[in-house]
Design a binder for this molecule. Structure first.
Ligand code: FES
Length: 226
């Protein structure tokens, strides 16, 4: 993991929008009096969402003041958890899983695409559309290799499908979330392989037949709470 430091270029101040301030106060009410510090992560997260996907230093300070916490304690949280971005990210922030299952299934090819199409890690493209970061397992190993872009997962990728995905996002086209190879969620590719009833078809206990809503959805979820 790379060293996590605050970005050298910081805005002068940070203020929650009226909507987010109201939301933050609601979060604080969820905890007993004197325990408002428990709301620190949701508040930092909302601050990050408001600030185009990264957490500036004045936001850390503002959250510390709101929660009556020592600045250093909030700073420690913001710099410890990798869910908080300490420098600007692209409109589409790609987190590429490089852990063993994804690595064995071609994560290095996806990394090459990132380097070629986006550039170095943690650098934002000139048009502000993309940045990327290699991260550890995102819990979708069955569908390796995969990336998370903003809040959405894109799985069963190849170098070609990943590059196409980036192109489509750049062009504002509709993209398919989840598996990119036609697989249903994390079901076996090509259909059920276990709990067959002797006819080659899945038995009643198999989940493979269960119909769920389709995964075709509009492009990556926007950042909320502005
Ligand atoms: S190893 Fe990539 S999602 Fe688990």
């Amino acid at each position: 993991m790379s060293v996590r430091r605050l970005d050298p270029v910081q805005p002068e101040s940070f203020k929650f929008s009226a909507t987010n301030l109201k939301w933050a106060r609601e979060q604080m009410k969820k905890f007993p009096k004197g325990r408002q510090a428990s709301a620190v992560i949701p508040l930092l997260w909302r601050a990050q969402e408001q600030h185009d996907g990264w957490l500036p230093e004045p936001a850390i300070r503002a959250v510390a003041e709101m929660l009556d916490m020592a600045y250093i304690r909030v700073y420690e949280i913001a710099t410890f958890y990798t869910m908080f971005n300490l420098s600007p990210v692209g409109k589409y922030f790609v987190q590429l899983c490089g852990t063993t299952p994804c690595w064995l299934r071609g994560a290095n090819d996806l990394k090459d695409v990132c380097r070629r199409v986006i550039g170095d890690q943690q650098q934002v493209t000139e048009d502000g559309m993309f940045s990327w970061l290699e991260v550890e397992c995102l819990g979708a190993c069955t569908n390796a290799p995969m990336v998370q872009i903003n809040k959405d997962y894109y799985e069963d990728l190849t170098a070609e499908s990943f590059e196409q995905l980036l192109e489509d996002l750049r062009a504002g086209k509709e993209v398919t979330l989840g598996p990119q190879n036609g697989r249903q969620f994390s079901a076996p590719e090509g259909g059920a392989t276990t709990l067959l009833n002797g006819t080659g078809k899945a038995g009643n206990s198999g989940g493979a037949k269960r119909k769920r809503s389709g995964a075709k959805t509009k492009s990556a979820t926007g950042r909320g709470g502005k």
